[in-house]
Design a protein around this ligand. Sequence first.
Ligand code: HAS
Ligand code: CU
Length: 547
Amino acid sequence: MSAGAAAAGRWERLPIAHLVVAVAAFGVAAMMAVMQALSRADLQLPARTAQIYYLSVTAHGVLMALVFTTFFIMGFGYVVARSALEQPLAGESLAWVSFFVALAGTLAAAWAILTGQASVLYTFYPPLQAHPAFYIGLALVIVGSWGWCAVMIRSYRAWSRAHPTTPVPLAMHGMMATVILWCLCTPGVAVEVVGLLIPWSLGWVKTVDPILARTLFWYFGHPLVYFWLLPAYVAWYSILPREAGGKLFSDLLGRMVFVLFILLSTPVGFHHQFMDPGIHAGWKLFHTINTYAILFPSFVTAFTIVASLEVAGRMRGGRGLLGWVAKLPWGQPLFTAVVLSMLTFTLGGFGGAINAAFAMNAMIHNTAWVQGHFHLTVGTAVALTFMGLSYWLLPRLTGKELRFPAFAQVQPWLWFGGMMMFSLSNHVTGLMGMPRRVYEASYEGASAAAAWAPWTAVSAAGGVILFVSAMSFVLVVAGTLLWGKPAKSPAPIEWAEPLEPLAPRRTLWDRFGLWTVLAIVLIVLAYGYPIGSILMMHRFGSPGIRP
Ligand code: HAS
Ligand code: CU
């Protein structure tokens, strides 16, 4: 960090510090991932045991899904608030304090996992029980992220006071939606961790109610996936069209999309609990309907971004029905990473619609299909976009040229290819009944398991390609920070313009307060009665099981 930060100006150090933590977590998690992919294909690695496998899966899930994403998003959020609003951050010291709180939490949780005292997987469902440091660490990460929310909201307010009637730039609009949905959903996991899991892991109470804990977890867990996705959408809407050489097809559609995510991200959590007892089927149906409603903003995004790419291709001289596709800048790392993310998300979204249907969920729940699904979504649509975004951000934050640019060009293709092999084969074996989260899938040669073997071999080969891709990414980031040469003409941070200029007055889509209130109403409708009835039922607590 020091070399990069030294070259950077003052405010840039903040996002650079976040990026360094994010990429370090990513690098460690990627090394664990390759072992897991090989283990599931039953390859005899040295020192391979079930204990190491579950420790590794936990570390991989926590470091990738919770640490890499959260730190990256916080850093990117600061870049948006600083650059799109063209004003200093409101509360840089609070931002630094929050960074160190979240970092301390990460280190505490990582210590508990790596010493084998928290092999509870990234969903940490009780009655699996971890060392208290794991839960306390996660709570600190959440507290740190609340500090980030405060800085983002204060920055927005300061800008808003100075421009009372102007719509905020779309990039910040999207970040504000991210912040609001995070503020709405994190109380769920905070209550779970602080109210239930910490006292239980410290031995102050003997038992915990798994259904209540799971319900609180998924109250948070689904909006969490949109907390990951929306910053990627910010890049798709506000950076990609310009980098592709064109303009955003519609700014107003983008605003509508982000608002729909504020409204609909939370009241859908039961689609992860279809198979759980204690929740009436009618409430599960209500959450299913909301889930189908929240497909809509992603369909609109598919339309708007592809239309923007067509605009770009035609502005670059593309002709005919599809001639514009070839004119797009396929050699550019950000562009390639994002477009491959989008292609992957098309498959991931299709799978999501299958998961959300009760009967089909019964077929795929807890099978390898699920890990196939989320490696297409968070593992590619989000993570690959963030990698492309890193290639875009690094020169702009450090004033240096990207090191090893050839790696940055090839890396997204490797990720895409490796992930297709990995995820699609997991979808297939999932349909064949292979469970998720098992140490090895051969079952000592059982005949059903023998049919999975060719597919687990494909997914293991995909895992190796992904590993090469991941290390290429880490190399480019570390190389640029440590050994990057100062750029002759540093690239500015610029945001995509809409095809038609936006009217200079706010509309319904800019009223964050109104949408937040409506979102709260919907949350109370979707969760009030079910949580109330879980609390009133006769409950059977479970003692902890330390794996
Ligand atoms: Fe999911 C499970 C339903 C999206 C992540 N999901 C998971 C888990 C994770 C996850 C981590 O209903 C596992 C949790 C665990 O450990 O137990 N998911 C959905 C639905 C969507 C969805 C309906 N998921 C995501 C996103 C994630 C994510 C986004 C992370 C970022 N998911 C489920 C359900 C389960 C589930 C159940 C529980 C399964 C079970 O039983 O355990 C939707 O939001 C998807 C909408 C997406 C689309 C695609 C739009 C396409 C676009 C790109 C178009 C671009 C093109 C490019 C075509 C409708 C925007 C053209 C290119 C040119 C060059 C022209
Ligand atoms: Cu979900």
